[in-house]
Design a protein around this ligand. Structure first.
Ligand code: ASP
Ligand code: MG
Length: 448
């Protein structure tokens, strides 16, 4: 097998023709780039999310379809076989219009995923042609032939074993002779219906494909020059990190750094595939390499911030010296498919945090979850909190850590603290309004 890199290009990297051209040059510059996974062109998935909702008025549907058509034909007009491409684009738009019409009458989760999948179908179609136009021999592959999932529309779970078998049978033999362009984010269930893996899921698709194909590298091309010590919009002292371990990067991805989909590193870690994150706009600036072992392991590597957290505190005197209470709480949460991030406990109460972003497609803490929990215990729900994660190495065994971190942010209320479960992470909650200042002050002392 030749050296294989699976390279994923995000929405801004395939936003328009110029962006796609830059990506084509990146692909051309390294012959190991054999499998190219694309997101939808920037903005298209958001349009499709709206199109997939119930009771969208016909006028608005038409406007959305026109906006999508404009984004895609602005790209096709630069390509050699634009006439044929435009025919396909319009066929896709007609299919979209038909499903959108059904959705406006009666919402159906399966149709919502069908609608969402068009973003990646458009971008992969067009990007294949861009690559052919720059002289690469590229073919577009429908990832649904290999990415088999369950029928949990909106956050389908991939059958990893099946993917491996399918990828080796159907994809690997093609890689010697062509560059394969395929879709991130989408899959197919056992009934042959299209599914999606959750917003931002293309990174995860690429990682799964890298694992299935036993790739040597996974490259994630985005619009930032790698992973930063903190969000550069919060402080201009943030700087790019050259190298970071899987353990640290996984904590970062989970706790706020929006650069990678949080699940991306799981297949890479499982299969020990180094991950590169860089900017397709400025590839010459390098990027961040994420791998198992790295040359330096500083105590403080970065500070991540995740907004819109919900803190749920459950309290029950029955918990005093009792067993099984937590299991009951968690079985309710599991039934609603809610994923808990942080936990702290006292003798009779437990505090749990949930990611609760506006417009999320994930399950959120809602009144039915709360009333089920209330059958069991007292429940209080707080919003308006942000999670700050200090990421680094050996934090669980660093003397004076509390002072180094909390002395810098004396003026703020810390609502909850989690420490000790991972050597790579110390997390706490602060009020949303204080979050930027807390991160800025902490960053600029820990990374002075
Ligand atoms: N296009 C999808 C989204 O915007 C998937 C992705 O870009 O990763 O969420
Ligand atoms: Mg993305």
């Amino acid at each position: 097998m030749p050296n294989i890199t699976v390279a994923k290009f995000g929405g801004t990297s395939v936003a328009d023709f110029d962006a796609m051209q830059r990506c084509a040059q990146i692909i051309k510059s390294d012959a190991s780039n054999r499998v190219i996974v694309v997101s939808a062109s920037a903005g298209v998935t958001n349009h499709l999310v709206r199109l997939g909702q119930q009771s969208v008025p016909a006028d608005e549907q038409n406007e959305i379809l026109a906006s999508i058509a404009e984004i895609q034909t602005n790209i096709s007009q630069h390509l050699e076989n634009k006439v044929a491409l435009d025919v396909t684009i319009h066929e896709f738009l007609d299919q979209l219009a038909t499903v959108a019409h059904c959705q406006s009458e009666q919402y159906n989760a399966k149709n919502a995923d069908e609608i969402l999948s068009f973003g990646e179908k458009f971008s992969s179609l067009l990007f294949t042609e861009v690559l052919n136009n720059v002289g690469l021999k590229a073919g577009c592959f429908d990832v649904r032939q290999v990415m088999k999932t369950n029928s949990l529309y909106g956050k389908a779970v991939v059958d990893i074993e099946q993917l491996k078998v399918n990828a080796i049978e159907q994809l690997a033999p093609k890689l010697d002779s062509e560059v394969i362009v395929t879709q991130g984010f989408i899959g197919q269930d056992g009934l042959g219906h299209t599914t999606t893996l959750g917003r931002g899921g293309s990174d995860y698709s690429a990682a799964l494909l890298a694992e299935a194909l036993d790739a040597n590298n996974l490259s994630i091309w985005t619009d930032v020059v790698g992973i930063f010590t903190t969000d550069p919009r919060i402080t201009d002292q943030a700087r790019a990190i050259n190298e970071i371990s899987f353990g640290e990067a996984a904590e970062m991805a989970t706790f706020g750094a929006k650069i990678l989909h949080p699940a991306t590193l799981i297949p890479a870690m499982r299969h020990n595939i180094p991950v590169f994150v860089g900017s397709s706009k400025e590839p010459e600036k390098g990027g961040t390499r994420i791998q198992q072992t790295v040359a330096s392991n500083p105590t403080y590597r970065s500070i991540a911030l995740r907004r819109e957290q919900t803190l749920v505190t459950v309290k029950s005197p029955a918990m005093l010296h009792a067993s099984g209470f937590l299991a009951k709480v968690f079985s309710i949460l599991a039934k609603h498919e809610l994923s808990v991030d942080l936990i702290t406990t006292s003798e009779i109460s437990v505090a749990l945090t949930f990611d609760n972003p506006t417009g999320s497609t994930q399950s959120l803490i809602n009144s039915s979850v709360v009333s089920e929990l209330e059958q069991l215990c007292e429940v209080s729900v707080e919003h308006g909190l942000s999670l700050v994660a200090v990421i680094g190495n050996n934090l669980h065994a660093t003397k004076g850590l509390g002072r180094s971190v909390f002395d810098k942010i004396n003026d703020f209320n810390i609502r909850m603290i989690c420490h000790g479960a991972s050597p790579n992470n110390l997390c706490f909650l602060v009020p949303e309004n204080d979050a930027n200042t807390v991160v800025e002050q902490l960053h600029n002392t820990l990374f002075a």
